[in-house]
Design a protein around this ligand. Structure first.
Ligand code: COI
Length: 356
């Protein structure tokens, strides 16, 4: 891969690192960040690694008013041999450009983005945590920076990458979470931006999330916007059900986020000859499967969430317990295998990991 010329301006001072044994998700940031600017008529220019710092932006920047912004999430892992591995980073860069396309943001050179990411990680290598269940979360994002109040694509952008040493996303760690099926609000509609990783999808989800949290649930399970009947995804992850030996997950339909972990789990299950199907799944079917005692496991998948077993879901005033509220055998095997591949302790037959 081409080593792109990226200017590096190292910080003269270093921040105190948090204890890697008690990391929360997304609260600590490393010493440096990557930035590249876009100007209409010029293209992307001035790629640079600079000390992590606040941005100074015009209050009229279009991102503040019309939400023209996209983001990604991926992770770097420190192996026992002190090597640094990324997990399928090219998939994130491809998805970033698909999101860019949906939000009328210019395409980014994926090789430049990957080269910049590797150089940034090398600069902040000491921030990669090594405690069990930890990793370096990577947040690439693009914001529209032209000061203009007309509704139109911006003529200026910044593509930025920041890094955050993290522990588990949920306070439950790898223990089962509880989710509530959402009936009043919807996350996304076909033809909308549901399959793009853009801030508005997440801002629009907060209300339902807040209500669910007050009732003791970690996340909401979204249903489709048209019939309010078919399962789509959970707040920060895709969802899988094991029913009578078969694993099913909602088929991608334009309003569901195309998760990299989702795809990896489907490939792993196929590799193990576990029957797995992507199709429409109604909430009634899941309800009935639970009543019939054939809903064996439910788990979510995502970069931040990894594999997150679901021990209970709330639907129409009923608490439906899955697998006695415990982590299922398949969820555990998937978690161990996926994190093993990511950490280089389990063979990677798919060639998913990339050395930094
Ligand atoms: C991720 O899993 O990386 C995500 O982007 C979810 C995020 C909203 C925490």
């Amino acid at each position: 891969m081409t080593e792109y010329k990226i200017e590096i301006n190292l910080s003269s001072s270093r921040k105190q690192k948090p204890s890697f044994d008690s990391l929360e998700f997304g609260k600590n940031f490393t010493d440096h960040m990557f930035i590249v600017d876009y100007t209409r008529g010029i293209g992307w220019h001035d790629p640079r690694i600079v000390p992590y710092q606040p941005l100074t932006l015009d209050p009229a920047c279009m991102v503040f008013h019309y939400g023209q912004t996209v983001f990604e999430g991926l992770k770097a892992y420190l192996t026992q041999e002190e090597e640094v591995l990324l997990f399928r980073p090219e998939k994130n860069m491809e998805r970033l450009n698909r999101s860019n396309d949906r939000l009328c943001i210019p395409q980014i050179d994926e090789d430049l983005a990957l080269s910049a990411l590797k150089q940034l990680i090398n600069v902040d290598r000491e921030w990669i945590p090594n405690a069990p269940g930890t990793s370096l979360y990577i947040r690439p994002f693009v914001i529209a920076t032209e000061p203009y109040l007309g509704v139109a694509p911006s003529g200026r952008y910044k593509f930025i990458i920041i890094l955050s040493p993290v522990g588990a996303y949920y306070k439950e760690g790898i223990n089962p979470v509880k989710i509530a099926v959402e009936r009043q609000y919807v996350r996304a509609a076909i033809g909308g931006t549901g399959n793009a990783k853009t801030a508005g999808n997440y801002a629009g989800s907060l209300k339902a999330q807040e209500v669910a949290e007050k009732a003791g649930y970690s996340q909401v399970l979204w249903l489709d916007s048209k019939e309010n009947h078919y399962i789509e995804e959970v707040g920060s992850m895709n969802i899988f059900f094991k029913i009578n030996g078969e694993v099913v997950t909602p088929a991608l339909n334009g309003s569901i986020l195309e998760g990299v972990t989702r795809d990896s789990i489907i490939q792993l299950l196929k590799h193990w000859n576990v029957p797995v199907t992507e199709r429409k799944i109604s909430i009634d079917e899941i309800y009935q499967a639970q009543k019939d005692g054939i809903l064996e496991e439910v788990f979510g998948t995502g970069t931040a969430a990894v594999i997150s077993p679901v021990g209970e879901f709330f639907w129409q005033n009923e608490k439906l317990v899955v697998n006695g509220g415990k982590t299922g055998e398949l969820s555990k095997k998937l978690y161990d295998t996926l994190t093993g591949i990511q950490l280089g302790t389990v063979p990677d037959p798919f060639g998913w990991t990339v050395k930094v």
